[in-house]
Design a protein. Sequence first.
Length: 887
Amino acid sequence: MEFKVIRLFVLFVATAKAQVNPEVCRYPLGMTGGQIQDEDISASSYWSESTAAKFGRQLLFHFYFSVSLCGQISLPERSSHCFYLFFFRLDIGGGDGAWCPDIMSEPHGLKEYLQVDLRSLHFITLVGTQGRHADGMGNEFAQRYRIKYSRDGSNWVSWQDRKGQQVIEGNRNAYDVVLKDLEPPIIARYVRFMPVTDHSMIVCMRVELYGCEWLDGLVSYNIPDGQQMIYRDLEVSFNDSVYDGASAEGLTKGLGQLTDGTWGLDDFLHSHIYGVWPGYDYVGWSNRTFPKGYVEMIFDFDHVRNFTSMKVHSSNMFSRGVRVFRQVTCFFRSDSEWEPGPVTFRPTPDRVSQRARFVTVTLGDRTAKTIKCRFHFNDVWMLFSEVAFQSGSAVYNTSIGPGKHPKNTLPVDDPTHKVDDSNTRILIGCLVAIIAILSAIIVIMLWRQVWQKMLEKASRRLLDDDLTARLAIQNRAFSFRHSSLSSDSGSTSNSTYERIYPLCADYQEPSRLIRKLPEFANSTENLKSSSLCTAATASGSDGAPHYAEADIISLQESSDSSITAVNMSPFTGTDPAMREFPREKLSFKEKLGEGQFGEVHLCEAEGMQDFLDEDLSTEEISKSPLLVAVKTLREDANKNARNDFLKEIRIMSRLRDPNIVRLLAVCVDTDLLWMITEYMENGDLNQFLCNLRLNEAPDEDKPEQEEEKGDSISYIKLISMAVQIASGMKYLASLNFVHRDLATRNCLVGKNYTIRIADFGMSRNLYKGDYYRIQGRAVLPIRWMSWESILLGKFTMASDVWAFGVTLWEILTLCKEQPYSQLSDEQVIENTGEFFRDKGKQVYLPKPPCCPDTVYNDLMLTCWRRNAKQRPSFQEMHAQLQESMSA
Ligand code: ADP
C-alpha cells in the first residue's frame, strides 16, 4: 500500500451545457470502486492469470480537500488566500497489479484490448490510465493507446478527437494516473482500451471511465448531410464532423454533434472549441435543396419510452438568413408501423432576438422506440447544434431489459453490484488513515495561525510604538522608519497580504520605491545622517514588501475601527491627499458605478478647494461646489476588503501625474471609509469606447479639425488616448511601480478625451468576466497577463508592458470584444503554455482593422515578446506612439 500526493490545480472551464452536462457528468463509472463487476471486464488476451482483465482496474481514490498555505482554514470572502487542491492517491495491489495482454499472441500487438461492459448506455467524458503497480515493482505501462466503443456490442467505432487523431498519449511511468478528456465525448455501453505498442515492449494497463448514465436513450439519429454556406467569401461548414455512423446518402446509424453536450454560440461563425472552422458547432441545411420545405430526421432509442419533450438547440441569426424552424411534425413508432396522429408544434417566431436558443417541443407522452420529425424551414437556413429528449421515468423503471442497470441511478446504487468485502475493509482502513492525516494537517494549520497571531501582535506593538513616535515628530521622513520596520517583519506582511497573487514572497515585487518617493527625496539628506536611514535603505532590498503595502500594514493590522482611526491620523496630517474631508459637506448626486469595494457616487463637495494642491487649483476646479467622485467601502466589508481599500488609498495618495487618477481627500473618521477622487465625466474607457464607432473617413480638407462627430471617434484620438496611458505608465515605471491590472476597464475618461489610469486595488465587479478564477486560489485577469505572470506568478514592469499591448489592442478595436474572445479561459491558459514553449504555436491577438502595420508589428507585437527583457519600455512606447501620431 502506498500513498502519493499529486498536487493539481483544478481549472474551471466555462463551457456551454446541454441537457447532459459534460462538466458535471464526470463520475467514475466503477472500475476503481468495484461497481463494475469482474465478469464485465474482459480482454483479447492476457499474459498470465495474475494479469488477467479483472486486474485492469485503476486503483485510485481521488480524495481532495483545500489547504490554505497562508494559514487560513475557512475560505475567505475574497480569493485572497492560497488554496490548493490536493489529490490523494491510494494504490492497492491486486493480482500482479494490472491487465497485461499477451502481445506475443498477436504479432504487432495492435489488436489487443481490455474491454469494459457498462451494462447500459453511458455518456463518457473522461478516461484515466495507469501502468502496472505490483507494490512498486511493476514498470510496464502503455505510452499510447486507442479507444474503441460500441453501443450494441457488434458495431465498433474507433474514437477520434475533433482533429481526427485516434492515438491518445498515455502514461510516462507505472504509477501516475493520466486523465484524458474525451473531446468529443462517447455514448456507449462497451469500451475497449487498445494499447498501441510493438512486440518488443510489454504493456500493462489499469483504467477507469468517467461519465454518467445516458438518460436520453438515443442510440442513433439519421439526418441529411449538413451543408456549406458561403458567407462573405467565407466557407461556413455545417457538417456533422463527429458523427460516428455511416455516411452514404445522408448520415445513418450514428450519433454526433447533435448529442455531444455542447451547444453553439449565438454567432454561428464562432465556436467554443479552439481552432475549428466557421460553423463548426452547427449542423445545418439550406431550403434550396429541400423542395418539400422540411428536413426529416429519424431518432432511434434503446427501447420503447414515453416521450414528454424534445429540446432542439437552434440558431436564430435572421440577419444572415438563419431562423428557428417554423413548424415541426413528429411521427412515432413502437414496432414496424408509424402510428397515426403525429404531433405538430409551432414555435413562436422571434423577430427581435438573434440569440441561439433551446426550443422545447412537447411530445405529449407519446410512446415510441423511433421518432421521425420533419422540421420546416422558416428562412433560407436552419441550424441545429443539439437535440435532447426527455422521456418519462415510469418507462425507465419498467422497461429495463435483462442485465441492465436501473436508469437514473448511479452504478453505486445498483444492488446487483456487490462490492468485494476485502476491498471494503481496505477502503475503510485507507479512509481512516486519510482522516488521520487531515486532522494532523488541520492541527498544524491551527498551530500556524496561533503562531501567526502572536507574531502579528508583536509587530503591532512595534508599529504602535513607531506611530506614536511619528505623531510626536510629525516628520515625513519618519514614515520610512515605519516602512522599514514593517518590512523587517516581512513574514507578517507577506502572510497577511497575499491577496490576488498568492504564490510566495519571491513573486511580490521587490520594492526599491521607498527611496524614489517624493517624500524620501525631500528628506534624503536628513535620513542620511540618521540611524533611520540605514533601516530604510536596508528595506530597499529584495526582501522588502511592496512600497505601498509597507505603510498599509499598520492599517490592515488594526481590524478594529478605533485603531484604524488612530492610525490614519498621522497620515492625514502628513500627506495632503490623505486629509480628512468633512462628510457633511458632500452631497450625493448620482451613482456612477459599482466596484468591488462598494458604490462610486458623483457628489458635490462644498469647500473642497481648500483641500487641493496648488497644481490642481485650475479655474475649473476653483468653482464651488466642486464635482467629485466618492468611492465608498460597503458597510459589511470584511477585514480583507477594508485593508485593500486602505491600500488603494495609500497608493493613490502617493501618485502625482496628469495621467493617474488623483485622490483629493478621504473620509475615514468613522467605520464608513470613503475616498474622494477627481470626477471623470466619461466614466471608464471600456464603456466609453464600446459605445463609439470608428470615424473612418476624417475630413481631409480640414485635417486639423479633429472634432468627433456624435457617436464616432477618429484613429488619431484613439492613439492620443494610448499615448496618455503610456505616459501614465511611464510615470509608474519611473517609481518601479507595477500596476498588475492595466486594462481599459481600469482607465477613466474625463473631458476632451483625457485619460487617467485608476484602480490600484485590483478590484472588480462589473467586469468579473475578465477575470479567471483558479479554483480556490486566485482571481486573475488572464487575458491581459503575460505568460510569466500566469505561469510563474511573476509581475514586473515588463508584464505591465504586456498588458499595455492588450490595452492598446482593446482601444484600437474600440472594446467591441474581449481579447481572445473566441478562446475559453482554459484555452487562453493553454496558449500561455505555447508562449512559454515558444514553438511558434502561440496565438497572438490579431491586428485591429484600423491599426497600421507599423504600430502592430513594431509596437503591439513587441509587448508580447517571450523574453521580458526584449519588450519595449513605456518610455520607448510613449515616444513611438507620439511619433506615429505626427506621422
Ligand atoms: P472598483 O475599482 O472597486 O472596481 P471602480 O473604481 O472601478 O471600482 O469604479 C467602478 C465604476 O465607477 C467604474 O467602472 C466607473 O464607471 C465609475 N467610476 C469610478 N471612479 C470614477 C471617477 N473618478 N469618475 C467617474 N466615474 C468613476
